[in-house]
Design a protein around this ligand. Sequence first.
Ligand code: HEM
Length: 465
Amino acid sequence: MVTYILYLVTTFLVLGCGFVFGFLRKVNEWMYLRKLGEKRHFLPPGDMGLPWAGKMLSFLWAFRSSDPDSMISSFISRYGRTGIYKTLLFGKPTVIVCAPETCIRALADEKDFKLGYPETTQELIGRFHDVSNAKHKRLRRLTAAPITGSESLSRYIDIVQEVITASLDEWASLDRPIEFFTEIKKAAFKVVMHVFLGSEETDDAFAEKLSLLYTDVNQGLNALGLNFPGSSFYRARKAKKELEKIIHKLVDRRISMREKNDAVDRTMDLLDLLIAEEDEDGSKLDKEEIADILHLYLLASHESTAYAMMWVMICLHENPKTLEKAREEQVQMLKRRDPTKKGLSIQEIKQMSYLSKILVLKVIDEMLRRVNIAAALYREANTDVTMNGYIIPKGWKVLASLRAVHMDPENHIEPKEFNPSRWENQRSKAGAFIPFGAGSRFCPGNEFAKLEIFILLHHFLLNYE
Ligand code: HEM
């Protein structure tokens, strides 16, 4: 009898909860759709989730679980392969695009889409990221130049090698295990400090302090945005404020150095370029703008590359045959090198890229596809946009899921397999390989990041276990 009652109560509770959740979801959907009039009939299929929370928990859970593709897979199984789904994320009605052509359109069509990161994320990234298109184009030309093309990269290859080999030597000399990500992040930060702030600011303790503050900021980027002591977003905001003070001091110091002409005899780093920049009317960037740009570059450049370096090592060690082949390839490369030359040169890497059969380069591309360091990018519709026969209403957010594109079997056969040989002869279809984004926001550091990863692999494979 007791069992029977328990059974009845449980059934009643389960059905009751199902009914309440179902009802709340309907109410939530109605709240957003009723304002759209007839347009609501042309929205993509999808699920707006619960009031206020939307599908946020499924979204965050997916990235913390062993199946980061679970949310998109559930949309595909419930609504079919439309490549575009509506939902509610970060408190905003959002359309997720997850096919190559829909992602490219959202990222590259500047007339219909603008940047649309959640407000909390944007606050941590800073204002430069969200300036007008014209200003972005001008500053982008200026800021990307020092890290793009062989000539610019050849200026930094020695410092990257110096930092990476010193770090490898140090770790090898220790008689205790290290946490690889923490250590490689410090190394990556030292490299970018050198590139962006020049040789004046290379003190190791200072680099470590900044790197730790940036770790806090990074952890807040995809957090829920709840601002109370102890929350990720609270810590991230605090770290950002401290970083602002430090970066402003650096800018002030450099401006006064330049005024005293102390800085003229050395290669211009990013900070010099920003201070010297003038537009056609002769107006210069103010200190706030310079500090914002510097912050964006420091934030975007090191943790992403450190993740990539960690994952490339994991991928290789999980695939010992590929590891051995890659090691042999680098040994052969060393044998071909002029013995008077120490270390890698850009010319050597360039020659290898022409050979595009080089295994290490394929390993890097495959890691970028499989791991998805930047899994999703955010935009906002400037107007009502028609895509794949559906309407994305003006003001709705658009989440371009790079991960979904890279993990779709229609774009990459057996996508969960780590298989560098898929890059042998195959050029993937347009938009099916976009680890660095697309359009005017395409990552300016993509060549630099690959250079750093290549250098790590080259020296590790030749000299370390
Ligand atoms: C493997 C490492 C990296 C990955 C996967 C990566 C990925 C990306 C992606 C996907 C974007 C586009 C964001 C959007 O469209 O909203 C981006 C933007 C950006 N990246 Fe990277 N990145 C990496 C390394 C770097 C490095 C090394 C630098 C600098 C040296 C850098 C600097 C930037 C900057 C400044 C932006 C913003 C560009 C703009 O708004 O115009 N990134 N990155």
